[in-house]
Ligand binder design. Structure first.
Ligand code: TYD
Ligand code: MG
Length: 474
């Protein structure tokens, strides 16, 4: 190490390679679930205060235990052995089924996360009532609201007559004892897991160990009896299912119910699914009478486009197999003073915006360094599709030049650091949806697309030719 260059030596942490004594205690953050070996007032990961709680210490296994004898012998199986096909049962809500990858699987445990007030209880009450109305059994256990409150919501949703079994309870033992007296229901909803309490271990409801123990008991019941279980979980500001991140490993499916409370639409996403794909979404609109399914989401995000405005570009996004057209809006404000310009992004990755600005700056000579840049995905929609690069670049250039883009055009493609427009997946699905919604032109990468009736395709080439194209437009 003595002859290491200074730069390398500075990365070397003294003592990091020598054997240190194993910590006996460990602490878990109830906000983000991160584990640390010593107690601190502030969590090192999520920066929340007073959230670290002591957890059961790591059990030490003595090396002298011989694990090669005394166990039960396993029977190995082959991969092609016959298996029963997966049964999926409809929730009665097509958008919910779609997000689940086709419906509820008996015995599956689903964690449904979402911010308070986003509509989790409403969605699940609607699903449970639909199942009950179809003559199947559904149990809804509320730990947050009294039965009267749930009944009022059901009345508002017009579901009061559904033969759903409703209870207000927080004791896992009471719930499981009650369920054990009868045939297992097809669907069991626990709203929410943070209010549940298991007497198997100490601790107040909502603590990491309680949430984990309660979930464990409920999941075991679901697996043994073939009941589909939905656990509602609260979500923190940064999108983590609060405290019980540990739960994500225990359940089969993790779903997140998202949206802006000020906008009426909601998106149900699957973040993990042991029984299907994770890229399908369900789209809903929160109305006075509950959640309505939105079969054609593009119409939701594009409404009110008549006059072409500078800085707006339409992007045919793909959510799973479903195309959704969204409008990307950019605003550029030139700064007079030498203040540090702001970059604010809603609905897209700010790191990606910084990358695009850098590409536009170095490949096309456009300068954004003295301008504030605001980027917004209309309708409060959140984009994860990398194909949005070209539409964002077009919106930025259009805003900078104060020249509107053609109102009947859509833009898609990934922008490489070299400034080239790179092909993206499912170009023809994007184009078909655009044509269906009345768009006449599609602008994109050189390959990876097909002719679509009613839509003229233009190969944009690179960001430099994109700039020429926008500047030349009337
Ligand atoms: P809720 O399902 O209680 O949210 P969560 O369980 O995720 O906390 O939804 C509450 C919000 O939904 C509340 O702000 C009112 C609104 N809402 C409607 O707009 N229409 C309705 O029919 C219902 C039941 C709720
Ligand atoms: Mg609720």
């Amino acid at each position: 190490m003595a002859d290491w260059p200074d730069r390398l030596r500075s990365f070397f942490v003294p003592g990091s390679t020598t054997g240190m004594a194993k910590p006996k205690k460990r602490f878990i953050c109830t906000e983000c679930g991160s584990v640390s070996t010593r107690w601190q007032g502030q969590c090192g990961d999520c920066q929340q205060w007073n959230t670290l709680v002591e957890d059961a210490p790591d059990t030490k296994f003595a090396a002298k235990h011989d694990l090669s004898s005394g166990g039960r012998a396993l029977t190995f199986e082959s991969l092609d052995a016959p298996t029963k096909p997966l049964v999926r049962r409809s929730t009665g809500i097509a958008e919910f089924d779609r997000a689940l990858g086709g419906g509820l699987v008996p015995g599956a445990a689903i964690l449904m996360g979402g911010e308070p007030g986003i509509g989790k209880s409403t969605l699940l009450l609607q699903a449970a009532a639909k199942i009950a109305q179809g003559g199947r059994s559904a149990v809804y256990v509320s730990g947050e609201e009294a039965t009267g409150q749930v009944r009022m919501r059901a009345a508002r949703l017009g579901l009061s007559k559904a033969p759903l079994k409703l209870a207000a309870a927080t004791s896992v033992r009471d719930i499981l004892t009650t369920l054990g007296q009868d045939d297992p229901p097809e669907l069991l909803i626990i709203d929410s897991i943070q209010t549940m309490h298991s007497d198997m271990i100490e601790g107040a409801p909502g603590t990491v160990s309680q949430v984990r123990a309660s979930a464990f008991e409920l999941i075991r019941y679901a697996k043994e009896r073939g009941t589909a279980l939905v656990l509602v979980g609260h979500v923190t500001k940064d999108g983590n299912i609060a405290g019980p991140r540990v739960l994500e490993h225990m359940v089969d499916t993790v779903m997140s119910f998202e949206g802006e409370r000020s906008h009426q639409y909601r998106i149900l996403r699957c973040l993990k699914n042991r029984f299907g794909a994770v890229d399908e979404i369900g789209v809903f609109a929160m109305e006075g009478h509950g959640l309505d399914e939105v079969g054609n989401p593009s119409s939701l995000f594009l409404s009110g486009r008549e006059e072409p405005i500078a800085g707006a570009a339409v992007f045919p996004a793909l959510e799973g197999t479903r195309p959704v057209l969204v409008e990307i809006q950019a605003l550029i404000v030139r700064l007079q003073s030498g203040a540090t310009p702001r970059r604010a992004v809603v609905g897209w990755d700010s790191g990606r915006l910084a990358m695009l600005l850098a590409v536009l700056e170095s490949r096309c000579g456009l300068s954004f360094s003295t301008a504030e840049v605001y980027l917004n995905v209309a309708g409060g929609y959140r984009l994860a599709d990398p194909a949005a690069d070209l539409a964002v670049a077009a919106a930025l250039i259009s805003a900078l030049a104060d020249k509107p883009l053609a109102a009947n055009a859509v833009w898609f493609g990934e922008v490489a650091l070299s400034g080239e427009i790179r092909p993206v997946a499912h170009g023809n699905v994007r184009q078909k949806e655009s044509a269906k919604l009345g768009f006449k032109r599609a602008m994109g990468p050189a390959d990876g697309w097909q002719d679509v009736a009613g839509l003229r395709y233009t190969d944009v080439g690179s960001v430099a030719s994109l700039v020429d194209r926008v500047m030349a437009s009337a």
